[in-house]
Design a protein around this ligand. Structure first.
Ligand code: SF4
Length: 325
């Protein structure tokens, strides 16, 4: 019996190369060893997404990015969260066993409430309960997470444990499948690549020309003002990206940079060429899939139908145990 893995992503923007090198490539690998369920969590997106008329476009983009990158709907269940309404039903049941104090201490809730004091909605407080429902509805045994997401998963485990203690063994406590997500730098700041920061990211769906243009305007070592100045590759985001896209030459690039043997323009051109070559097959597949919207829709409907078979069983069991049947 293969273990079941669950993971989800919010459809709030197109996926960028940081997402690809971190989460998506990991999803693709996990398919070899686990029964994977990958969910486009559109209800979660509503907690912060104000322009809901864009959500269908983002859902389509996320599905295309995943499928083009190698998530295989024959091996994994790929679906849209709201297409399996049992998740909201379970969310209600689990909210009855989750103390409010657990939710108010969640660091991301505190951060979001501070950042948007005028929009601290009930959904934002209950976000971890919905997340727990996503995972335990499918009785997932493992969840791929980065270190920063461990507190969220711990809360899911606590909620599952509490339900089991009150109503009898029902849910496995999902284990963290700790994943070392590489830190892919932003193109225009010292932070990590981000969908919300303008000019920071290169999307999987960008064309080769868009990729090149964005790389050519990216910041480099701020101390290297002239071609003859010696550089410091360790502080340069272009150099960090070479580690992923030009691995066999990265030592040489670092040496050349330090000795001013290579200029930033040539260094960036090399990165753009290698990045475009590495993404070419994914982009070509994405274009082909984008031309078949009915096929994508069918595929997501099929995923939801498969997910729903599991979800209905779990809800039946939960209702029985809670005395509702
Ligand atoms: S030569 Fe390359 S690594 Fe060195 S500062 Fe310029 S872009 Fe960065």
């Amino acid at each position: 019996m293969r273990k079941r893995v669950f993971s989800g992503a919010r459809p709030t923007a197109r996926q960028h190369i940081g997402n690809l090198l971190g989460a998506i490539n990991n999803y693709v690998k996990l398919q070899q060893e686990y029964d994977c369920i990958y969910c486009i969590v559109d209800i979660h997106a509503l907690t912060t997404l104000q322009e809901t008329d864009k959500i269908q476009g983002y859902i389509n983009d996320l599905a295309l990015d995943w499928l083009a990158s190698g998530i295989d709907p024959q091996k994994s269940i790929v679906f849209i969260q709201s297409h399996v309404p049992e998740v909201t039903e379970l969310h209600t049941y689990l909210s009855m066993v989750t103390p409010l104090s657990w939710l108010l201490r969640v660091p991301t809730f505190k951060e979001k409430a501070k950042a948007h004091p005028d929009n601290v909605n009930y959904g934002l407080v209950g976000y971890p309960v919905l997340m727990a429902s996503d995972i335990v509805l499918y009785k997932a045994e493992a969840v791929p997470v980065g270190e920063d997401q461990l507190p969220h998963l711990e809360l899911t485990r606590e909620i599952a444990r509490r339900f089991n203690a009150l109503f009898g063994e029902t849910f496995p406590e999902p284990e963290a499948k700790l994943t070392n997500f590489p830190l892919i730098p932003s193109l225009n700041s010292s932070g990590k690549m981000s969908k919300s920061e303008e000019g920071s990211a290169i999307d999987i769906a960008n064309t080769a020309e868009e990729t090149r243009a964005r790389i050519m305007t990216a910041i480099t070592d701020p101390a290297r003002k002239l071609r003859k100045d010696k550089g410091h590759p360790e502080v340069c985001n272009i150099y960090t990206l070479h580690k992923y896209f030009t691995p066999s030459e990265v030592e040489e690039i670092g040496k050349e940079c330090r000795e001013a043997g290579i200029g930033c323009v040539d260094c960036k051109k090399l990165l753009a060429k290698n990045m475009n070559e590495s993404l070419a097959a994914i982009r070509e597949k994405r274009l082909k899939l984008a031309a078949k919207p009915d096929y994508i829709k069918e595929l997501l409907n099929d995923g939801a139908a498969r997910a729903r078979v599991i979800a209905r069983e779990t809800i039946k069991e939960v209702k029985q145990k809670m005395g509702l049947l």
